[in-house]
Design a binder for this molecule. Structure first.
Ligand code: UDX
Length: 463
């Protein structure tokens, strides 16, 4: 079946590639011709400059010109398509609401194209990227206003986590399709024949509004787990003597009703989705006249978590950051990505510079170019000149007065010997991911240790 994918970012490109793997004829379009050129080249390095996901470039190269086609002209992509997926970016506005201007522009363009079709065949336009509850209805209005004949609307949200887009699309937990009638449900079943009557994959058909709400409630609940563990579990283990974080987690999550996901306490969850989606849901419920205390608390706890270890260092360890050198280990919002959107490291840098640090020595296995060029560009803020970039964790920690571990990169698990050989006591280790093992040796060697989810160990203490 011919399928059009409108928008080829993190949502659209993996989706197009995996649909093509199923043998559909997939036409993906984008308003950015440079992207389209890169994808058409089939070269991994060029594709990965735009979307870097394991297995994605190989999948694109494999299907290019056979099942997968790219165009910068929406007319070409949409011609003869039975299903058009909207994979357009929906960034947040300042007030938390969703900026639908890019989405609207693309929807209006598509509506004009569909209105000009003369083949009489039914086409369904499907929202794939996260859009506020009610956007399928908005789309319906846009299509109707343009006079597009025989068109349906649907919602089929994307649930992918970064770093797992291709595998996640090939083997999702669930496929949620919200549509208005049998004709459109049937078109979507033909898009996803491999997920019908599957033993493990839940294929759910519902209303467009319910499908849109499932995406928001799912993401908000995931952040609620994280904020619960950071705001309650970690605080207990930090402040009530004798409580061990890992055992607390194991004991509680052994209950089959309780998720283990989210129980990994941290210096706050980042990424492009959680913060944006919960703020949008708060806005949507607020507009509906509903109270949003719980959601606001979940959001606030997560935001506070991103700078709270620095506050703890001041209050519990008496560490004055003014004129000190801090090694910042990890810039990305999670391991295995160079993405820094909403990353805890952004807040840490802001906080550290605000406290007058002399230097920040940064290291991240993947995100240093991203940091230099986009987030900490000294042309935007001259204080960013205080950040230097280093090729390894040991390089970064040389001469540091404090070491702040911000991302859960696997390589940070083995830091103890490196700290012992490359940092000098009484350097304070601030562990935002509970990565450091053998903290007794560190304390015995004269280092201070301050972890999320545990009490402060001053230099010289036994754990
Ligand atoms: C998330 C959702 O998982 C996905 O379903 C949705 O479609 C998009 O948002 P992603 O942003 O890629 O995906 O990241 P995820 O792996 O969920 O992690 C989000 C953040 O939470 C990261 O900063 C991560 O390090 C942190 N995290 C995760 C914790 O701090 N503790 C945990 O237990 C789990």
């Amino acid at each position: 079946m011919k399928i059009a994918v409108v928008g080829t970012g993190f949502v659209g490109l993996p989706h197009a590639a995996v649909l093509a793997e199923q043998g559909h004829e997939v036409w993906a379009c984008d308003i950015d011709p440079a992207r389209i050129e890169a994808y058409r080249s089939g070269e991994a390095a060029r594709i990965e400059r735009y979307v870097n996901e394991p297995g994605l470039a190989a999948s694109v190269a494999e299907n290019l010109g056979r099942h997968l086609f790219f165009s910068s002209r929406m007319e070409e992509a949409a011609a003869g398509a039975e299903v058009c997926f909207m994979c357009i970016n929906t960034p947040p506005n300042r007030d938390g609401s969703t900026d639908l201007s890019f989405y609207r522009a693309a929807a209006e363009q598509l509506a004009g194209i569909l209105a000009a079709r003369t083949d009489g065949r039914r086409v369904v336009v499907v929202n794939k990227s996260t859009v506020p509850i009610g956007t399928a209805r908005l789309l319906e209005g846009i299509l109707r206003a343009a006079g597009a004949p025989n068109v349906g609307v649907a919602s089929n949200p994307e649930f992918l986590a970064q770093g797992n887009a291709i595998d996640g699309s090939r083997r999702p937990d669930r496929v949620v399709v919200g549509a208005d009638g049998e004709a459109d449900f049937e078109l979507l079943r033909r898009v996803y024949p491999q997920f019908q009557n599957h033993v493990r994959i839940r294929y759910l058909e519902t209303t467009p509004e319910t499908a849109e709400a499932i995406k928001y409630v799912g993401n908000t609940l995931l952040l609620t787990y994280i904020s619960f563990w950071n705001g309650v579990g970690a605080r207990i283990a930090e402040s009530l003597p004798g409580v061990r974080m890992e055992d607390l987690k194991l004991g509680v999550t052994a209950d089959s009703r309780i998720s283990t996901w989210g129980s990994y306490v941290s210096n706050g969850a980042g990424g492009s989705c959680f913060g944006k989606d919960i703020q949008s849901l708060i806005y949507q419920l607020g507009q509906a006249g509903q109270a949003t205390h719980l959601l606001q608390a979940v959001f606030d706890i997560n935001e506070y978590q991103k700078s709270y270890l620095i506050d703890r260092a001041v209050h519990e360890a008496g560490f004055g950051f003014n004129q000190t050198t801090v090694a910042l280990l990890g810039l990305a919002f999670k391991k295995r990505t160079n993405d820094m959107r909403d990353s805890a490291a952004l807040k840490a840098v802001e906080n550290l510079l605000g406290r007058g640090v002399k230097a920040i020595r940064a290291y991240d296995p993947l995100a240093m170019d991203e940091a230099r060029s986009r987030w900490f560009n000294p042309e935007q803020n001259h204080l960013f000149e205080r950040i230097s970039y280093h090729d390894s964790a040991e390089e970064a920690m040389r001469g540091a007065d404090a070491i702040y571990i911000s991302t859960d990169w696997e390589e940070f698990r083995g830091l103890t010997p490196l700290i012992l050989s490359h940092a000098r006591p009484p350097c304070l280790i601030i562990d935002g991911r509970r990565m450091v093992a053998d903290v007794e040796s560190l304390a015995a060697a004269g280092f201070g240790y301050l972890p999320v989810g545990g009490p402060y160990l001053p230099p010289g203490t036994a754990a």
